[in-house]
Design a protein around this ligand. Structure first.
Ligand SMILES: [Cu+2]
Length: 410
């Protein structure tokens, strides 16, 4: 059957579908209309009235257009008398919007300044890179009473104390990215060579997600991020764990073999703090020699994170993720601090929540999981450097060893 492209039924279907989609916003984890911190609330309290006023103006304009279309429709009547200009109407239509805009400008400008306060001692450097975020907790900062006595470098999942403002200092190593956790604050561009600050605070412990909002290449959609807020006591435990001394796997285990494999295959790009080689020398990554934009994620405590590679692939199973996300603010921290070991029995030898499939797939062939990684045949053009993580041609046995080793990075 032939259907006219703009049949009434089609239009009705599109409109209904639009309303249905709008309904999806309920319970969405990245909803700006559902603020979870003071800054986001301040923005919400401004965007709502502006949205309503704009909505009313929009309805009036649409109504006037519809009326004019209907009233002056060509019914074969004479061409109306031609006139030019209507000073009264023009002045009115200039002054009215000017008043509305001035009315909106006053709270907007004052809010720009109030959101820009730099009134806290918890400073975290945030660096965007195709296609993940690096966080560096500045040594000497105090976050919710917890002192950061040595720098902590982590990836994608920003852990902060709840009920405490943190100051993010945001930049980029390659192209422009934009940092955005909708329920906690507005967006802030990450521009190479510039430092932009963003003050952020979460009311309660929990997990707040976001994503890069500046198109930054074909894996832009796979550049996500999360902020995890913990009580001060839990945040202290997190900091203690992140700065704990390195422990080598027990000799003779698969993980111990994995340590050697890791040094051979991975540590030229990835830092694991405290790792030493067979001769007892520190193993230091040199990602600037091998990665186009200069860095690779720090893997010291990989298993304390819940997702990886731009927070795109889960490191925990769907079931555990649902359970974690539904924890109350009181119980959230205890589960989160266990990483992939959350919800495991105390005597468990294997973590209950580990999403092994995703990590194995990644180690086997990362470029297949994120578009626009460097074509390995074109390495000459980039001076041997790759964008993203290369496929290393590992055997299943090597992957087993490395996974066993990484499981102890908790
Ligand atoms: Cu980006």
């Amino acid at each position: 059957m032939f259907v006219k492209p703009f049949s009434r039924r089609r239009v009705a279907a599109v409109v209904t579908f639009g309303f249905l989609l709008a309904g999806c916003a309920k319970d969405a984890p990245q909803d700006t209309f559902d603020p979870a911190g003071p800054n986001a609330r301040e923005i919400d309290s401004l965007q709502r009235p502006v949205f309503y006023i704009a909505g009313v103006v929009g309805l009036i304009v649409l109504g006037a257009v519809a009326y004019a279309i209907w009233k002056f429709k060509d019914r074969g009547q004479d061409i109306p008398e031609q006139s030019h200009g209507n000073p009264k109407l023009e002045i009115l239509l200039t002054i009215l919007p000017a008043i509305i805009l001035a009315g909106i400008a006053v709270p907007t400008v004052s809010q720009v300044f109030s959101l820009d306060k730099k009134d806290n001692d918890c400073v975290i450097n945030v660096t965007g890179q195709q296609w993940w975020w690096e966080y560096d907790y500045v040594k000497g900062s105090t976050c919710g009473g917890v002192e950061i006595t040595e720098s902590i470098v982590t990836v994608s999942e920003l852990v902060i104390p709840a009920d405490t403002p943190v100051l993010l200092r945001i930049t980029s190593r390659d192209v422009i990215h934009s940092f955005w956790i909708p329920r906690l604050n507005g967006k802030r561009d990450a521009v190479p060579g510039r430092l932009h600050t963003l003050r952020m605070e979460a009311d309660e412990p929990g997990i707040y997600t976001g994503q890069c909002t500046e198109f930054c290449g074909l894996s832009h959609a796979r550049m996500r991020q999360a902020a995890v807020a913990l009580t001060t006591a839990d945040f202290q435990s997190w900091v203690t764990n992140q700065t704990a001394d390195y422990t080598s796997p027990e000799a003779g285990t698969t993980a111990a073999i994995g340590e050697t494999t890791f040094i051979a295959q991975c540590s030229r790009c990835h830092q694991v703090d405290g790792l030493v080689d067979g001769a007892g020398n520190p193993v230091l990554a040199e990602p600037d020699r091998f990665v186009y934009s200069g860095a690779a994620p720090n893997l010291t405590n990989l298993m304390t994170r819940t997702a990886f590679a731009g927070w795109t692939f889960d490191l925990i199973s769907d079931e555990c993720r649902d359970r974690l996300w539904n924890e109350s603010p009181e119980t959230f921290g205890a589960a989160y601090l266990q990483g992939v070991w959350m919800y495991s029995a105390a005597d468990a030898t294997a973590p209950a929540c580990f999403n092994e499939t995703n990590l194995r797939e990644w180690l086997l062939n990362a470029p297949a999981m994120k578009p626009m990684y460097t074509d390995p045949t074109k390495l000459a053009e980039t001076g041997g450097k790759t964008r993203g993580m290369p496929a290393l041609g590992l055997t299943q046995a090597q992957i087993d060893e490395i996974v066993a080793y990484l499981l102890e990075r908790k």
